[in-house]
Design a protein around this ligand. Sequence first.
Ligand code: ATP
Ligand code: MG
Length: 557
Amino acid sequence: MTAVPAANDFIRDIVRRDNDRGTYAGRVQTRFPPEPNGYLHIGHAKAIVVDFGIAEDFTGVCNLRLDDTNPDTEETEYVDSIVDDIEWLGYSPARVLHASDYFEQLYAWAEYLVTNGKAYVDDSDNETISAQRGGFGKPGIESEFRNRTPEESLDLLRRMRAGEFPDGSRVLRAKIDMQHENMQLRDPVMYRIRHADHHRTGDTWDIYPTYDWAHGQSDAIEGVTHSICTLEFDTHRALYDWYLEQLPLPGDQPKQIEFARLEFTHTVTSKRRLKKLVDEGVVDGWDDPRMPTLRALRRRGYPATAIRAFCRDIGTTRTNSRQSIEALESYVRRDLNATSQRRMAVLKPLKLVLTNWPEGQVEHFEVANNPENPDDGVRSVAFTGELWIERDDFAEVPPPKFFRLSPGREVRLRGAYLVTATDVVKDADGTVVEVHATYDPASRGGNAPDGRKVKSTMHWVSAPHAVTGTVALYDRLFSATVPGERTGEPLDDLNPDSREVLTDCRLEAALAETAPGQVVQFERLGYFAHDPREALLFHRTVGLRDEWAAIQKRQAH
Ligand code: ATP
Ligand code: MG
């Protein structure tokens, strides 16, 4: 596993240099600034680990700031989930702040810019404004309203605020340079008219600030020193700085630093695209275990510690790349291997009857809960002459290389006895419904006294002791490595078999005691998370096989 020392990334270098030079008097303040228009996803985890991690490393402060400047898409439901997900990941914001709390200050600063001739009200419609912006190598055209007097713009801005004009009829624009090679500086829009209720400010406002006009100013108001965001804001940095340089700031001027987004194969990390999956019923909701949201990963049993370790170890760079989802799963597996208790569960049950078992006898085996962790203790597992085994572990006519149970073959029932199949019972269709076998009483614990070898060890559950439960198996939600790469639409790459639900699973009795949300290892099958709400529903977190190790080995050759 590649472990880039967290202390060595380029952002920490910048912070260290600022500290050495006394730029912010040794202060380090970051923020995590999601727009509350959806649930946080695995990409956000990276930003959280960077923002909070840097504050931690430099004994600074990291706040959560809800970047709630768009009344059309934001909801309190999302705010609550964001706060909760950050806590689950293991971080505590110093404060929970809202960009909407600065609307009054932002507006005052807008009037300040208008008064100084640095902003103007434009009566052009959206189409005209974007057409006049030009493009790369294409000159911009100055709006006919660009040179109206500050007095006139101020009057119009106040009337925009007072709600006198309809949506979309006017905007406030910064007056920068319509020929600037960076399109962001071609007189960007600062305010739009929008007669909409905001989830916090209600109907107080009829104009709303754009992202660029709100973001840097919010940073400055809060005292942020290092404003860390993702690479797509690279071209916005000049505008971020321009606004701050025009204004009488209450303190130091914050600095924007960009890094590459975290993306994975076989999934999408964009709230807009995730929302579409929910809205179109492709998944059951934001916490459907196939989703890459933090909600869903948590329900599926991903430990927060594994997500944090992964985000740290991949390092922070300015090069966009896509991580293999198998690499993240490998972190999850390693974490769960150390922490999760072992249990036996039969997902597709087939009855195994031991014909020489003393009628009515019950034996109990003491089994270690987790061989990786003796502190987890032991439990008692009941064994009888009527058992459930996996249907896939039996073949009446074994194909080549099938070493599990078949007539005449001896196998080990894990930790219990060696058994040899003798014959089968079939239903009218010829399907095997019961296997008969004999056990060797001298093999108690699963070892033959004469040292004879058996090729297979199988899991089992005592039928009279079993509880019935439901197990959901998951595969990739998108079959393509890069969903949407072919057609631009990720939905075209959906894997139709991303979920298989087995409702007749036979579980060892101890599984009835599993706590909500607890993850256990089902012997031979993988790691499974107990649903937080529905008892005896288990979600497969990951299988046991480390596909990432195989991928790395292939790449090395
Ligand atoms: P989306 O496209 O999913 O809506 P966004 O960038 O609009 O994402 P915000 O909620 O506005 O998301 O972002 C909050 C913070 O999280 C921002 O600083 C953003 O740069 C960061 N972020 C969002 N997605 C990722 C990602 N995939 N990897 C790393 N950081 C991310
Ligand atoms: Mg966004």
